[in-house]
Design a protein around this ligand. Structure first.
Ligand code: ADP
Length: 199
């Protein structure tokens, strides 16, 4: 069917509604969305190359049988500022390769990729178009606290590591998700898709 596809990168700060909008794209627009966070977690278990490289970098204790020992990996990541880059250099290319294979298998004209770290991972370079999900900080905080049953401090600490202002400027399209209103969201998504189709 379609050998070529256009790809959309979906990003935004914590609690902005990336997953919510990904679900709307799947359910209302029939657009398949690759969730980088979920797929990266899957690949750390199933991908032999990642396994081998992580064991070489961190040590055999980073796996317990099949399972990745997240606590050990986190400990390694915090131990030295260079470690994050080393681990990312193992995981990100594998996720990108997996995304491309997945996208080919969809046989759809438009596919999407959801990532909280789209710009940090450099994946923005590999998508045709970036859609930034926007909502005021207070709303994002409330949503994330409710979803994760986490404290405001914990969410705020994660927010401090993100750069929504910069990413909003870099994106091709901004989706306002400040209201809990699906028809308002669908209207915006329709406009964004029309723009993408005509580009
Ligand atoms: P993100 O993936 O950006 O961290 P989520 O999509 O998980 O954010 O949204 C955070 C929480 O807010 C979730 O519980 C989600 O269901 C809810 N939420 C986000 N946008 C809406 C919306 N437009 N209407 C209703 N609930 C929403």
């Amino acid at each position: 069917m379609f050998n070529e596809y256009r790809s959309i990168g979906i990003t935004g700060g914590i609690g902005s509604g990336k997953s919510y909008i990904s679900n709307l794209l799947r359910q209302r627009f029939g657009i398949p969305v690759y969730d980088c966070d979920i797929e990266a977690k899957r690949l750390t278990v199933t991908d032999e190359e990642i396994r081998g490289k992580l064991i070489q970098l961190v040590g055999p204790e980073v796996y317990n049988g099949e399972k990745l020992v997240r606590q050990r990996l986190a400990q390694y990541l915090f131990a030295n500022s260079e470690h994050v880059g080393q681990v990312n250099a193992i995981i990100h290319p594998a996720v990108l390769k997996d995304f491309k294979n997945w996208a080919d298998r969809q046989h759809k004209p438009i596919v999407a990729l959801e990532s909280a770290i789209l710009y940090e991972s450099g994946f923005n370079e590999y998508v045709d178009y970036v859609l930034f999900v926007d909502a005021p900080k207070e709303i994002r905080l409330d949503r994330a606290m409710q979803r994760d049953t986490a404290s405001a401090e914990r969410i705020k600490a994660r927010m401090q590591m993100q750069y929504p202002e910069l990413h909003r400027k870099l994106a091709d399209f901004i989706i306002d998700n400040s209201k809990a209103d699906d028809s308002y969201l669908e209207k915006q998504l329709k406009t964004a898709l029309l723009y993408l189709r005509n580009r």
